[in-house]
Design a binder for this molecule. Structure first.
Ligand code: TYC
Length: 101
């Protein structure tokens, strides 16, 4: 009997690498008003009022807070846009990114 009838063919399944996700991190500062931080979080990251408040207060108390994770490009674009929103109002508000472990 030919092998093709007795041996199941091993499926070839090429590994598809998952793109590494990057964290957007909110940094505390002494000057940006709390309400402004909350408004930027809502506008740029589409979080609701309650979560925006929690993220802001965590950064305020601990110095930093992870806002969300995205692919590298999206994380960098959002961090830049959110930082620019503060700069446009004269605030030193900063968002950075870092790759997830
Ligand atoms: N620390 C700021 C203040 O007391 C508020 C603030 C919170 C600023 C979080 C930045 O990421 C931040 N007005």
């Amino acid at each position: 009997m030919p092998d093709s009838l007795t041996i199941p063919r091993t499926k070839v399944r090429p590994k598809t690498e998952r793109p590494k996700l990057h964290k957007v991190i909110l940094l505390n500062d002494d000057y940006t008003p709390r309400e402004f931080v909350v408004s930027v979080l809502k506008a740029e990251f589409h979080v609701g009022e309650d979560l925006a408040q929690k993220i802001m207060i965590t950064a305020h108390r601990r110095g930093v807070c992870v806002v969300a994770v995205f692919t590298k490009d999206v994380a960098e674009t959002k961090a830049t846009r959110a930082t620019e929103a503060g700069k446009a109002k004269g605030y030193p508000l900063q968002f950075t990114t870092e790759p997830e472990e």
